[in-house]
Write a new protein. Structure first.
Length: 309
């Protein structure tokens, strides 16, 4: 990363301050929305609808064609965030992949603790299949808590006897709510966004006194056998680095086709900085290619768009 890029990234990250004082839940949600929200990119049409009993934001690039569909689960520690905060990121991934996207407004903690988010992810996935979406035409993605939730949703789908999608991409997944990864402590000085205390607070709100090692809360402890090809992207400068590394290792050990990408010097969900950081744009391009390649592999000869650069 060049000095100019580093300076630009540092300036962006300062918009998400690490505070010694714990803000209220409402302040966290409004602050996150103000710091992170970017509109859907030009050429991506958005519509509000309902899927699986929950509100969704549909994002459709004007260039989208074919049957491919992306189901996205946003990040925010299971406590903050929404399809609106992630419209830019999801829209960019959808645009580059040439796919229609559905971003789910799943229920948040502490009002709706574990496993409410998993139930909502599964309900959305189930309804997509029930409405006629071929699983070979369906891919999933998510970031941070939404990354862990994407894996948990697929585990719940497997247990329900539902077919798996063609592929799944996760950005900086939060996959261990027990906080057993060494990077939770070793990367605190490098992570410009989160501390161990921050992550612990989100886990308290989501799981409370429940089992934080439950496979649907912490997929690093799950048997991932039968899940679709997986791409994991993570920054080296984040406390959740080991969540991503261990999730990829668990997937590989369980026979899942998995690719792990660690971005040197990059922070949590650096993909949010597309258009401002070359590494973010390159990562989204790779994620788009990964998704479309596996859609094409599932339907030989199918008409899927190549990623848009």
């Amino acid at each position: 990363m060049s000095r100019q890029q580093r300076d630009a990234l540092d300036a962006l990250l300062r918009s998400v301050p690490r505070s010694e004082m714990r803000p209220t839940l409402e302040e966290q949600r409004s602050g996150f929305a103000a710091a992170v929200t970017r509109p859907a990119p030009e050429g991506v049409v958005t519509r509000r609808a309902v899927l699986g009993g929950r509100p969704i934001l549909e994002l459709e690039p004007v260039e989208a064609s074919g049957r491919g569909r992306l189901l996205y689960l946003h990040g925010g520690g299971y406590v903050i965030g929404s399809p609106d905060t992630h419209a830019g990121l999801v829209g960019e991934l959808a645009r580059r992949a040439g796919l229609r996207a559905t971003s789910v407004d799943y229920r948040l903690a502490p009002e709706h603790p574990f496993p409410a988010a998993v139930d909502d992810g599964l309900a959305a996935y189930r309804e997509l299949l029930a409405s006629g979406t071929d699983p070979r035409d369906l891919v999933m993605a998510g970031d941070s808590a939404g990354g862990g939730l994407s894996i948990a949703t697929l585990l719940a789908a497997r247990e329900a006897g539902l077919p798996q999608p063609a592929a799944v991409v996760v950005f900086s997944p939060w996959a261990d709510l027990t906080l057993a990864g060494g990077s939770i402590r070793s990367k605190q000085s490098a992570d410009p966004i989160f501390t161990e205390a921050d992550v612990h607070a989100y886990a308290d709100l989501y799981v409370g006194a429940g089992d934080r090692a439950h496979p649907l809360a912490s997929p690093v402890f799950a048997d991932l056998t039968g899940l679709p090809p997986l791409l994991v992207q993570v920054g080296a400068n984040e406390v959740l680095l080991d969540d991503a590394v261990r999730l990829a290792g668990r997937a590989g050990a369980d026979g899942v086709e998995v690719t792990l990408e660690v971005g040197p010097g990059l922070p949590h969900v650096f993909q949010h900085h597309y258009g401002r950081l070359d590494e973010a744009d390159a990562a989204l391009d790779r994620a788009a290619r990964f998704l479309t390649a596996h859609l094409s592999a599932g339907r030989p000869g199918a008409d899927h768009l190549e990623p848009v650069h």
